[in-house]
Design a protein around this ligand. Structure first.
Ligand code: ZN
Length: 155
């Protein structure tokens, strides 16, 4: 595994629509492993492939309950709403409030190419929405209810 460079806001690759993964090749598996390492190294709860410069529909998430790897994720159900301060590894040091569904259900493939269903509430629902948005070139600042503000020191 190898850590990859995280692209920062302003990099046009973050604004592109990613392509679905057609074949889960060796390089796709390596990418997923590298994304997980990069996310953990940066203390993030999620990372999408365009954030490491790759326009493929792949995300990794770990909200502290174990690593979730999603290939070609699609949100197929949403319920309720919640508003929380959200951050992003591509805008380090900043947060802003964003309204998201309280619950989402996502359909995706795992690394074996099997269809999986992942459900999330609370922070997991936020992470699923935030990361799948990245695959369509959408950043949380596009949906934020207020200006981004620096994270308070110590957090
Ligand atoms: Zn992000």
């Amino acid at each position: 595994m190898a850590k990859r460079n995280i692209r920062l806001n302003g990099d046009e690759i973050l604004r592109k629509v990613c392509k679905p993964v057609k074949n889960i090749t060796h390089s796709v598996i390596t990418l997923i492993d590298d994304m997980a390492e990069t996310m953990y190294d940066a203390n993030g709860v999620g990372l999408a492939a365009p954030q490491v410069g790759i326009l493929k529909r792949i995300v990794v998430i770990d909200i502290g309950e174990g690593l979730v790897e999603l290939i070609n994720p699609e949100v197929i159900e949403k319920k309720g709403s919640q508003t929380n301060d959200e951050g992003c590894l591509s805008l380090p040091g900043y947060v802003a409030p964003v309204e998201r569904p309280e619950y989402v259900k996502v359909k995706a493939l795992n690394r074996k190419g099997e269809e999986i269903i992942v459900e999330g509430e609370g922070l997991m629902a936020v992470a699923l929405c935030h990361e799948t948005d990245h695959l369509d070139g959408v950043l949380y600042i596009d949906k934020a209810l207020d200006e981004i503000a620096p994270v308070e020191k110590g957090i």
